[in-house]
Structures are given as C-alpha cells and as structure tokens.
Design a protein. Structure first.
Length: 229
C-alpha cells in the first residue's frame, strides 16, 4: 500500500497544493487527472521517492520514503516500473536494448519464457516489426509503447505512468485501460497521471474525487482466469 499524507508543494514562492491525502491499495488502478502545469509529474516524483515534498510524507507498507533511512525507496524501486511521458533516446539504443535491460532483473523466469513474454508484449503494443529499430527513429507514440512493454517484462508490483496513455494515442486507449485493470486484478498497484480521463474510460471509471487541483478516478480491476484462486 502507498499512502500520501498531507502533501504540500511550494513552487516559485507560492503554494502549488497543500494538505493532499492519497491511499493506493494493493490491487488498485488509479488515474490522477489534472490540467497542464498543475503538478502531475511532480506528484508522481514524490510518490516514487524522487522528490521530497515541502510538507507531508509518503508511506509504502507503513515505511516512510523520506526518513533518514532511505531503504524504503530502494525497496520500492526494486519492485516498481515507470513509464515517462517522453524520454530522450540515445542514438544507438534500440527496442531490443530496452528489453535486454529489463530482462537482467527477471531472475524468476528462464530465457525461453523471457523471450516468449517479450514477443507477446511487443505484439500487444503493436511493435512486433520494430524490435530492432532504434528508439531515435520511432514516433513519440512508439517510444512510450516500447517503454511500457519493457517495464512490463519485469512484472512490476507497482507501475507509475506519466501521460503514457495520451502519448500512446487513440488506437491504444482501450487496450491500455484493460491492461491497467488486469494488472490491478493481479494484485498490483497502478498509478497513471493524465491531463484528462482517456476517451472511453468513463464507462468503467468510478469514484471521481477532487484532490486539490486533481481529480482521482478508480478503475475496477479485471480478475483473469486463475487469478482468483
């Protein structure tokens, strides 16, 4: 469980937001929606242990991310993935390279299963024919989809996504909505930040709650066959 307690941020000598509380339980998918420049990326940075808030704290399984002992941050990073809105790609870095890096931490599965999962993930995000492509030659949509697939190869227990649905584009909106719900149904925590609720998600998004400049939506988990056993 990730709990944010009374979070506050001061920006340019003014309070951007203050007193915000969040609770993200295991087996939940949440979308934080807010307009440009309201601090969505900043909020994700705080929840990931990257940026200490000016007020408040973040607890992961009851442990503070911002105590003098930073072991909680190390532990969170070991089990979490992050898909940024955009990233600068090294000119020689390929989609294969992203997967190779992720596979280095997949100790629980053998190389054959890794390759099978790799192929399935590439097909899911529409990049089967792009696995040898350099990231610098891909579109913004293709890059974010490649980054998502590479993170999923690691089977993260916590997945953070910054405007990834918007960047992936309309053809993938429904797929990504179902993906987030399936990940939650498997007991993971998924937290996505978007400028607006992605098209079509209003059919299943619920519990719209105002939180400072944001709105918080919860997506109902999808439990696949065998997960409920």
């Amino acid at each position: 469980m990730i709990e944010a307690l009374r979070l506050g941020i001061v920006f340019c000598e003014a309070t951007l937001w203050d007193g915000l509380d969040f609770a993200f339980e295991d087996g939940s998918a949440t979308v934080i929606v807010g307009p440009p420049s309201c601090g969505k990326t900043l909020l994700l940075s705080i929840l990931r242990g990257e940026r200490k808030p000016d007020a408040g704290d973040v607890l992961v399984s009851g442990r503070s991310l911002y105590s003098t002992d930073r072991s909680a941050v190390t532990d969170l990073r070991a089990v979490s993935g992050f898909v940024p809105e955009r990233f600068e790609a090294d000119g020689k870095l390929t989609v294969n390279n992203l997967f190779t890096r992720s596979s280095m931490v997949c100790h629980e599965i053998d190389s054959t299963e890794q390759k099978d999962r790799w192929e399935r993930l590439l097909a899911m995000v529409g990049l089967t024919r792009k696995k040898d492509a350099r990231l610098s030659t891909l579109s913004s949509s293709e890059r974010v989809r490649a980054a998502l697939a590479a993170e999923l190869l690691r089977s993260p227990k916590v997945l953070f996504m910054d405007s990834a649905v918007m960047m992936a584009g309309t053809p993938y909106t429904g797929m990504m909505g179902n993906l987030l719900r399936v990940l939650a149904g498997a007991g993971n925590i998924v937290l996505a930040a978007e400028r607006k609720l992605p098209q079509g998600w209003e059919k299943f998004a619920s519990q719209r709650k105002p939180k400072g400049p944001f709105f918080e939506y919860r997506l109902p988990p999808i439990v696949t066959e065998g997960e409920s056993d």
